[in-house]
Each structure stands twice: as structure tokens, then as C-alpha cells.
Design a protein around this ligand. Structure first.
Ligand code: PMP
Length: 372
């Protein structure tokens, strides 16, 4: 038996989405062609654009399809080139690495952006061109940022506000209009759609500041050249439609039961951000003096697929900049695993997972003592 507990890395593709995509594979037209086949492809893209726009409460014309959230974040940050930029310390690398000279906004030990720091800095800066990038939900901890308050501060100082909402869609409701968000990033594969497609939503206010990173045939209002990935976009639209009904909040009970069991069964384990507002499907659990990489590998052998809390790219686990930013104790910083649920688990599944986790933690701890 294997249990996939890594929704935040990539959500399982929804079976109806697969069917819709399969049925779209024979759309032969190029969406830029004016004949019937071209128009059919164009119509399918525009239908998806509408659904995605509805999901994040914005105008369909504001959506620019990209190859995923990494490209969308790159495009968003490209806007900030000539601006004084503020980026939170817990952003995904696809934001953080775009601008090495950005001002970093610290977070509290609860993982929440320091609003006082943001406001004081925006107030005291002489520049009139201000850009702020803060994610809606952190991918490692699941902690939700106070978007309404951040937006109020950005508006007060006339700063452009970019939100990486990759881990928020389908988990909490996001309204570009109500939250006064200028730029918003979405990824399809985090909501049950295909990989390799996402979008940047751009408000009217910032269209003039946007410059494309991929130029070509004028697609996507000239902001993203290249023939559109028609089937991927159709799949993304279908997933967005399902995400509106997605009940990831139903996983809350299972997540809480896992957390209670782990903390009571395994000494020196702690739940990161336990007292902060968090999405219902995510739990980041840290174990003292244990390597997360060893835990992830051992759990995988037992059939449980989880992530390390640390950034894991190209199979290499490095220290988590998020936990570092939250000033987590040094002995815990390399030992956090992320469990992100796809659905509710039954009591047997929860108990088996926690029992095996306890056994693995014990084995690793004993081995460490022996080596010492
Ligand atoms: N932002 C966040 C918060 C993410 O979690 C991820 C994916 N881990 C990305 C951006 C990048 O998304 P994509 O895979 O679509 O490029």
C-alpha cells in the first residue's frame, strides 16, 4: 500500500480533468488562425481564461497564461526592475531569486510577515515606485498571510502588490478585486490540473509596467509569445472549475489527528506554526536532531510519500530558508517533514502512519547515538 501525502508538491490530477484533456488533444488549430479549427482552439482557451478569472475574482482579460508559476513569478518580478522592491523572507525561490537586491521583509516566529516592518519601510522610503511581493500561503508551513492588511498598507503607500497564490487556490478564497491585488500567480498542478501551465493575473493598473520575458507572435496580449499550450490550458481551466468545489478544508480533522498523535507519541516533535492561521491540508512537523532527508527516504520505503520541509530541488535537500526566517531552533531546522493531504484519512491510515513514523524516528535516533 502506498499513501501520497505530498499534495503541495504536486496535486494528483483530477480524473475528469484527464478526460477533458484527452478529448481536447485532437484540437488541431492554432489559436491565432482565423479559420474554424483555429477559432475552436481560441474558444477553448478563452473558456478556460474565464473560469480561472472567476476563481480568483478578476477580469478574464487580466489572465496571461505561462508555463507555470515560476514563469509567472519571473514575469511579475520583471515589473519591479526599476522599483524599490520588498519581498518576504519566506517566498518561494522563484520569487526570491529574481531580485537579489530586494529589501527582505522578516517574518515573526509564528511565520507571519512583519506588518510593522513593512509599513515603516514603505512610509520612510523616498522612492515613489514601490513593489511588494508576499505569498498568500507558504508552501512549507501552510501558514496564511494577512493579505487584506498587507493590501491596505500597499494601497496606502501606492505600492504595486504581487501575490504568489500557488498554495492558496482551492484552500482559501482569494479575490483579486476585494484584496486590491495587482499581480497574482497561479499554478495548475497545485490544484489538480496538468503540470507545465499556470498564469499571471495582471490588474489594469500595472499593465503599463509589465514587460514580456518571452517575445514572439503577440500572443497573450503581447506579454507571452508562443503558440498557446491548448490542451494544458483546457486542463488548467477544468481544474480551476473543480477547485471552486474542492473541499480540502475537509482534511482539517485528519490533519489535526495526525498532529495530536505525532506529538503525543514522539518526544521532541513539534508542529511548526501550530498557533498561526494555516490551510487545512498542511502540516510541517519538526523532529529534534533528526535529518528530514533520512525521514523522507525511510517513510518512502514504507509507502508514505511526504516532503522534506527543506527546499528540495534536483533530489538534493538543503536547509529550509523558511524555518531559518522563522528563527526555529537550530536542532529542529533540518528535521522537518511536510505532510500535505489530498483527502481525509481514516483512523487506521492515521494510526499506521504515526506508528511507522515513530519507529523510524526511534531507529534514526538510536543509530545517531551509536555513531557518536
Ligand atoms: N510558488 C510556490 C509557493 C510554490 O509552492 C511553487 C511550487 N513548489 C512555485 C511557486 C512554482 O510553481 P511551478 O511548479 O508551477 O513553477
Amino acid at each position: 500500500m502506498s499513501l501520497y501525502l505530498d499534495y503541495n508538491a504536486s496535486a494528483p490530477i483530477i480524473s475528469d480533468v484527464i478526460e477533458i484533456m484527452n478529448n481536447s488533444i485532437d484540437i488541431i488549430g492554432n489559436p491565432s488562425s482565423i479559420h474554424s479549427s483555429g477559432r475552436k482552439a481560441k474558444k477553448a482557451i478563452e473558456d478556460s481564461r474565464e473560469i480561472i478569472a472567476e476563481t480568483i475574482d478578476t477580469n478574464p482579460k487580466n489572465i496571461i497564461f505561462t508555463s507555470g508559476a515560476t514563469e509567472a513569478n519571473t514575469l511579475a518580478l520583471n515589473c519591479s526592475k526599476e522599483m524599490t522592491t520588498f519581498i518576504s523572507s519566506i517566498e518561494h525561490d522563484s520569487v526570491l531569486k529574481q531580485k537579489t537586491n530586494a529589501n527582505i521583509i522578516p517574518v515573526t516566529s509564528e511565520g507571519i510577515v512583519n506588518l510593522e516592518f513593512l509599513e515603516n519601510n514603505l512610509k520612510n522610503i523616498s522612492s515613489e515606485n514601490l513593489f511588494v511581493s508576499i505569498m498568500a500561503v507558504n508552501n512549507e508551513t501552510g501558514i496564511i498571510q494577512p493579505l487584506e492588511e498587507i493590501s491596505r498598507i500597499c494601497k496606502k503607500y501606492n505600492a504595486i502588490f504581487h501575490v504568489d497564490a500557488v498554495q492558496a487556490i482551492g484552500r482559501i478564497s482569494i479575490s483579486m478585486n476585494n484584496f486590491n491585488i495587482d499581480l497574482l500567480t497561479v499554478s495548475s498542478h497545485k490544484i489538480g490540473g496538468p503540470k507545465g501551465i499556470g498564469c499571471l493575473a495582471v490588474s489594469d493598473k500595472v499593465y503599463t509596467s509589465l514587460s514580456p520575458i518571452i517575445m514572439g507572435g503577440g500572443q497573450e496580449r503581447g506579454f507571452r509569445g508562443g503558440t498557446e499550450a491548448v490542451s494544458q490550458i483546457i486542463g488548467f481551466g477544468a481544474a480551476a472549475k473543480y477547485s471552486q468545489r474542492l473541499k480540502l478544508c475537509n482534511t482539517l480533522n485528519s490533519r489535526d489527528l495526525i498532529e495530536e498523535a505525532v506529538v503525543s507519541m514522539i518526544p521532541n516533535s513539534i508542529i511548526i506554526g501550530k498557533n498561526s492561521p494555516r490551510v487545512a491540508n498542511t502540516s510541517l512537523i519538526a523532529f529534534k536532531d533528526i535529518s528530514a532527508e533520512s525521514l523522507v527516504i525511510a517513510l518512502d520505503i514504507e509507502g508514505y510519500e511526504v516532503s522534506s520541509g527543506s527546499a528540495c530541488s534536483s533530489g538534493k535537500v538543503s536547509e529550509s530558508h523558511v524555518l531559518r526566517a522563522m528563527s526555529l531552533d537550530e536542532s529542529l531546522i533540518k528535521g522537518a517533514i511536510r505532510v500535505s493531504l489530498t483527502r481525509s484519512l481514516n483512523n487506521n491510515e492515521i494510526l499506521s502512519f504515526c506508528t511507522i513514523l515513530k519507529r523510524i524516528v526511534n531507529q534514526i535516533s538510536k543509530k545517531k547515538k551509536f555513531i557518536k
